[in-house]
Design a protein around this ligand. Structure first.
Ligand code: AMP
Ligand code: MN
Ligand code: MN
Ligand code: MN
Length: 274
């Protein structure tokens, strides 16, 4: 069975509007999908209002938070999207993103690229401003020829237009999801480039504060990494989740849908949700 519990739409930094994302998933034979936009449930709400035959939609979000000096992403699944405390957190994340965007734009202006805030804002529309909006604007303005280069030169962690953001603590993000009756999943555990010891420390704190699962597949993942993550989940007593982290059709990225068989006999989030 194909499912996908990590995807993005135009409500954050994805290229497809929610309805087109769902249609693409349906065409590809995906049976259950969560739209997990960065720090917003607007696209998810829209999608839930327009169900598609044969595709079970799970409410979702990808929350930005902070642990151990790094930005961590927590995917929330199956929560009540109108939960008041969750809504409050999303409002404060939107404000943090706006303040961050202003500081990124200031840095870019000082580097000789004025107008970035307006440019990124236009691309973000009503949703939260994400770094890819800046990257796409930099490409559109001809400051650089590829999005990846915009990250390499200016937007990536520690680069000249990167800014430190005081995201909420890990336990705040996890609590917002679990208090809203959802399941919290640690997204792309290997992306943080932690040592094995630090990754285990993150997982045990995540479990301690109510986290339920880790992603063993996030986009195109090497078989050896999947095996490593499955062992980690088992050691830490966490369930597993899978997703493409789809943002757009891209030769180097995964398309929608991951085979549930990859979980083997480990406990899964889909068993927790359905
Ligand atoms: P933000 O949450 O606003 O900091 O933006 C993070 C998003 O930027 C990720 O979810 C990716 O979609 C994208 N991203 C991060 N690093 C890169 C990179 N090196 N190249 C392209 N996209 C990236
Ligand atoms: Mn993204
Ligand atoms: Mn992420
Ligand atoms: Mn994502």
């Amino acid at each position: 069975m194909l499912i996908d519990f990590h995807t993005h739409s135009t409500a954050s930094d994805g290229l497809l509007p929610p309805a087109e994302l769902l249609a693409r998933a349906q065409r590809r034979g995906v049976e259950a999908l969560a739209l997990t936009d960065h720090d917003t449930v607007a696209g998810c709400r829209e999608a839930l209002e327009h169900p598609i035959a044969g595709l079970t939609l799970v409410p979702g979000v990808e929350l930005s938070c902070h642990w151990g000096g790094a930005t961590i992403h927590i995917v929330g699944l199956g929560m009540k999207i109108d939960d008041v405390a969750l809504q409050h957190l999303l409002v404060s994340l939107d404000r943090l993103r706006r303040e961050r965007a202003e500081r990124i734009a200031l840095k870019l202006a000082r580097l000789g690229m004025p107008g970035a805030l307006e440019g990124a804002q236009r691309l973000a529309g009503a949703g939260p401003i994400c770094r890819p909006h800046f990257a796409n604007w930099l490409v559109a303005e001809g400051h650089v020829d590829r999005v990846a280069k915009a990250f390499d030169k200016w937007l990536g962690n520690g680069k000249s237009a990167d800014v430190k953001t005081q995201w909420p603590a890990l336990q705040v993000a996890v609590a917002a999801i679990t208090d809203a009756k959802g399941v919290a999943v640690l997204a792309h555990p290997l992306n943080y480039r932690f040592t094995r010891t630090k990754l285990r420390a993150l997982c045990s704190e995540f479990a301690l504060v109510g986290g339920a699962a880790i992603e063993i597949v996030n986009g195109r993942q090497a078989g050896s990494d999947i095996a490593l993550l499955k062992r980690l989940a088992e050691d830490m007593g966490l369930a597993v989740s899978i997703g493409s982290d789809f943002h757009r059709e891209w030769a180097h990225g995964a398309d929608l849908g991951v085979d549930t068989a990859v979980a083997g006999d480990l406990p899964t989030v889909w068993e927790l949700l359905f």
